[in-house]
Design a protein around this ligand. Structure first.
Ligand code: WT7
Length: 648
């Protein structure tokens, strides 16, 4: 599996890179030896309304648990992303928006973006939105998404962006959980030429329990498609911003004031509201963005992630804009109008830094080299990967075909919870091994532990934990601090448990092996097995369901569901399709089961616990590795499941 070929950046790259081969060990050692001094220094990159004097104040000890960074500092995120660039970069392009339709794009300067953010921030204030209020954003990849997020930060409102691919039910749950009084949406989105009914989804979501807190729905007119506007609840974005002043007093925020909530799947049914705060998050997003992408003033940086995911928060919006960079925002998909689209956009906007997910690389790899090679890509100088382990074959293809063996690849490991990149190469300083995220970023202390929590030294394989805090770490789960502590800090006391398995090789390189909990990584997106199971059992014909991950050539992992029907129901191809469609409707297309196997019974212990280990092995087509089945209540069910397995 592991390919230990070392890729060292070219002398031309290293000549100009921020970090040189000799820098890493020394800077890393300094960063962990004296975190206070290191992070005090790094924090000076931001404009503070009150400079922090307290830097790191954290403890993972359960009896004295707290995480605070820069606790006496005050700042405003939108000021750091916009106002402070106006004097030197007012006319520089902040955002290049590329539409789904390849004929449509738009460039916004820092000055224009500042004005649009201020106008919308004023409009929100007029609606009574203020510091600490929650605002749900359910928008496609249009400029208004960036404007809305920044406008919230301007007035101290806490945004919760919900990916536009989520269903009305998923949206409703997220609105209710954080009690948003405003929802910002668009009439429709468009992806690959097809409309996405966003406003209609909001209408449906707001008929669900727990959403009556919503006072106002702000609607961006994007496609002009027909929608229902319900007075007085629904307001057009363009009428609200009309006539608003293009300046707006920024709210003074404490470094530890909440900045945003982002829901992510865990191993239980209910998505978790990951909460990030203001100061530490922005310091970390901005510093990692500059360092990992080797950012220079004239770069055109493109992260293909949607703003509905954390990558879209830290590395499409906040990191790049805090750094005064030019960031590309792409509404479309990699295969529309054809599979050259990514590279056409690279050429059109002269993109220099490109950041995408392995699933996209694998999908494009399948189309062959021609769609890539017919484009120039001469502007590219660095490539990034995020979201899931990148298999060495995809890595080599990215390097050879996309980057013409010229561009270093940064395989960045991190999580919604970590706020920013934790394990990654620094292109000029750390040689890359295809498939390895390589080494910890400055200030980050990973460790490999065995099942009992013993920290392993040297080359080792086990679970990945972090021994100490970093500024971008999440602070709590919204409304459930106890669940935060229980989920991340109780498994291996004194450490943050990532939920990932890892191998560290003899060179100290980290190789992430994937989730070790009940979370499936589908195309770089996290899906909880329990979420899919509860969607399935909500169907009137389903008695029981168990869901596991399976290998998937493009998605990395696919969703494999075992379903037991109610007495009297008979399996059929139509019912299988109906159940797959049902899950899509309940959660969203990203949760679509790839395989659905009828299960007359599920393997259970005598106490009734489903033995997922066995189901995972069957889905892996490894029936010879089922292990001990003697503790099962009815070992015979396994034989029938093996016989009927869908992957061979
Ligand atoms: C999980 C976090 C980080 C933003 C996107 C996903 C997996 C992420 C890598 C990588 C191997 C990776 C892990 C992690 N993951 N990046 N470079 N190599 N695995 O954020 O939805 O919070 O998922 O994605 O399993 O725990 P997320």
């Amino acid at each position: 599996m592991s390919n230990d070929r070392l890729h060292t950046a070219s002398p031309e790259f290293t000549a100009k890179s921020r970090f040189k081969p000799e820098d890493y060990d020394r800077l890393y050692a300094a960063s962990v030896a004296d975190p206070d001094a290191f992070w005090a220094d790094i924090a000076r990159r931001l404009d503070w309304m009150r400079a922090p004097t307290r830097i790191k104040d954290t403890s993972y000890a359960l009896e004295d648990f707290h995480i605070r960074w820069y606790a006496d500092g005050e700042l405003n995120v939108s000021v750091n992303c916009l106002d402070r660039h106006l004097a030197t970069r007012g006319d520089k392009t902040a955002v290049i928006w590329e539409g789904d339709n390849p004929e449509v794009s738009e460039r916004l300067s820092y000055r224009e973006l500042h004005a649009r953010v201020c106008r919308f921030a004023n409009a929100l204030r007029n609606l009574g939105v203020g510091k600490g209020d929650r605002v749900t954003i359910y928008l496609p990849m249009i400029v208004e998404a960036a404007v809305a997020m920044l406008a919230c930060t301007r007035i101290g409102a806490v945004h919760s962006v919900v990916f536009g691919g989520f269903s009305p039910d998923s949206l409703a749950g997220r609105i209710a959980d954080c009690g948003s009084k405003v929802v910002i949406t668009a009439d429709e989105g468009v992806r690959g030429g097809k409309p996405v009914a966003l406003k209609a989804n909001v209408d449906e979501a707001l008929r669900r329990d727990g959403t009556s807190v919503v006072e106002t729905v702000i609607v961006v007119r994007h496609t002009g498609g027909a929608i229902q506007m319900q007075a007085p609840r629904d307001r057009w974005y363009h009428t609200l911003v009309e006539g608003q002043p293009d300046t707006c007093d920024p709210e003074r925020m404490n470094a530890e004031d909440p900045l945003f909530i982002l829901y992510t799947s865990g191993s239980t049914g209910k998505p978790k509201g990951v909460l990030h705060t203001t100061g530490g998050y922005l310091v970390y997003a901005s510093y990692t963005h500059e360092s990992v992408f080797d950012l220079r003033e004239d770069d055109v940086y493109w992260c293909t992630a949607d703003v509905g995911w954390v990558t879209g928060h830290s590395y499409l919006l906040y990191g790049p804009l805090a750094n005064g960079a030019t960031t590309v925002m792409f509404e479309g998909v990699p295969n529309y109008p054809d599979t050259s689209r990514f590279w056409q956009v690279v050429d059109k906007h002269k993109v220099t830094l490109f950041y995408t997910a392995p699933t996209a690389i694998r999908a494009l790899m399948r189309e062959g080299e021609a769609p890539v090679k017919k484009t120039s890509r001469a502007s590219l100088r660095l490539l990034g990967s995020v979201g899931e382990p990148i298999n060495p074959e995809a890595w080599e293809w990215y390097w050879r075909v996309v980057g013409d063996e010229r561009c270093p690849i940064v395989d960045t490991w991190w999580q919604t919870e970590t706020g920013g990149i934790l394990i990654t190469p620094l292109a000029g300083a750390i040689p890359q091994k295809p498939g390895s995220a390589t080494k910890p970023f400055f200030g980050v202390k990973p460790a490999v532990v065995d099942a009992s929590g013993t920290v392993l030294d040297g080359a080792a394989e086990g679970n990945l934990v972090l021994l100490d805090s970093w500024p971008g770490q999440m602070r709590t789960l919204y409304g459930d601090h106890q669940r935060f502590i229980d989920t991340y800090f109780r498994t291996y006391p004194g450490t943050y448990f990532t939920g990932d398995g890892v191998r560290r090789d003899a060179d100290g390189y980290y190789w992430i092996t994937g989730r070790v909990d009940d979370v499936i990584n589908v195309s770089g997106h996290r899906i909880g097995t329990a979420e899919v199971e509860s969607a399935l059992v909500a169907h009137p014909k389903v008695a029981e369901a168990a869901v596991v991950g399976c290998a998937h050539e493009i998605k990395g992992q696919g969703i494999y569901a075992y379903v037991t029907l109610n007495k009297g129901e008979t399996p059929s191809e139509d019912l299988r399709k109906e159940l797959v469609a049902w899950v899509r409707k309940e959660i969203g297309p990203i949760a679509t089961p790839d395989f659905l196997q009828w299960a007359p019974g599920l393997p259970k212990t005598r106490s009734g616990k489903i033995m997922r280990r066995i189901l995972r092995k069957i889905a892996e087509n490894a029936p010879d590795q089922l292990g001990d089945t003697s503790t099962l209540a009815d070992p015979a069910v396994v034989d029938s499941l093996v016989k009927e397995r869908l992957i061979r």
